[in-house]
Design a protein around this ligand. Structure first.
Ligand SMILES: [Zn+2]
Length: 354
């Protein structure tokens, strides 16, 4: 009798366990979403690795000094266990954002090349740097690029069981913006003085919003003030974010105070160089935002002293361009918090997701 009872109980426990596993329980073993902000010494390159292991690289830094930036991208890929790039997104065609692409394409397989679909405005095409670099871009991509438009999503894989929270990489700006807006002010706000329209490729940068469960990250490339204004006024098309890649290396021609207020970030990461950003107005505006818990910088800023530098423990590299340490954010599906650390072995801080 006792034996039968044990068998029945064991069977019941087995059925309960089996039943539970079919409900989409959170997957506590999922790898975190990882975001690596790489030291391009005032250029741009950000590596994203999703919980399902897909990789997105935003920009490839500069070509010169030869291979420095590509070496750093490859090191970050190695640290992240990334053996190919699923999506390489070039935000815009300036030397500090697409210079490394040909060399990178020789070092690691790149599955899809994404850009905004058109080269920079004619006055920038008519420059030595563009004539030098653009043929390398065409050689790397073999002309096989996909154009991203405002409103599009990068089709990242999601977990069909729902055990891992949904992830979405959404484009809010690229060349022509949402609603056909082309870079000038559309809805002036009292007290805001519009800037002269930006005729460079900066204003045409791809800008991206990444969400993972409740976590939100904004990476706006080098978009400038009037575009930032449009993205957040009269409608905030981005919403509040947990993590903000400080736009345009922290330069004052970007980082419109209205955008910063609308984003209300918790953590800011500036991809500055020793002599490029963060400029004092932007630094002051970030520092005084009530939501901001930490400002991280890729480099110590030699130009502005305390007016352009956060506390030393949040600065990844001194003014020495050779150090090459990255800043890394990790978001775990089961924690209502995310971690930010300096390089692979640096100190880690934890911040609440909003
Ligand atoms: Zn730039």
């Amino acid at each position: 009798m006792r034996r039968i009872l044990i068998i029945i109980l064991t069977l019941a426990l087995f059925l309960i366990a089996a039943g539970c596993s079919t409900l989409s329980q959170p997957d506590t073993n999922a790898r975190p979403l990882e975001i690596y902000f790489l030291d391009m010494v005032g250029g741009g390159s950000t590596l994203i690795v999703t919980p399902l292991g897909e990789s997105v690289l935003i920009d490839t830094g500069s070509r010169e000094p030869m291979h420095r930036d590509v070496d750093r991208i490859c090191r970050a890929c190695k640290d992240a266990g990334v053996e190919h790039i699923d999506y390489l997104i070039t935000t815009h065609f300036h030397t500090d954002h697409f210079g490394g692409i040909l060399e990178l394409s020789k070092r690691i397989p790149i599955r899809r090349f994404i850009d905004k679909g058109v080269p920079p405005p004619p006055h920038e095409q008519n420059t030595d740097w563009f004539r030098d670099l653009y043929p390398l871009y065409v050689q790397a991509t073999k002309g096989q690029t996909q154009a991203l438009r405002a409103g599009d999503d990068i089709p990242l894989k999601n977990d069909p069981t729902g055990a891992i929270p949904p992830i979405r990489l959404h484009c809010v700006a690229a060349e022509k913006l949402i609603d056909g807006f082309d870079g000038d002010i559309d809805a002036p706000v009292a007290g805001f003085e519009p800037k002269e329209p930006d005729t460079t490729d900066n204003a045409r940068s791809i800008a991206l919003v990444l969400t993972y469960g409740r976590f939100k990250f904004f990476a706006g490339g080098d978009i400038t003030s009037n575009v930032e204004h449009h993205l957040t006024h009269p409608v905030n098309r981005i919403g509040k974010v947990d993590l903000y890649q400080v736009t345009h290396h922290g330069l004052d021609q970007s980082n419109n105070p209205l955008l910063l207020e609308a984003l209300s970030p918790t953590v800011c990461v500036a991809m500055n160089g020793p002599k490029k950003g963060i400029q004092p107005r932007t630094f002051r505006d970030l520092k005084t935002l009530p939501s901001v818990k930490a400002i991280y910088q890729i480099h110590y800023n030699t130009q502005y002293g305390d007016e352009g530098n956060t506390s030393p423990e949040f600065i990844a590299n001194s003014d020495d361009p050779q150090e090459g340490r990255y800043i890394k954010a990790a978001v775990h599906s089961q924690k209502a918090a995310f971690e930010v650390s300096i390089d692979s072995a640096g100190p880690t801080n934890t911040y609440k997701i909003q």
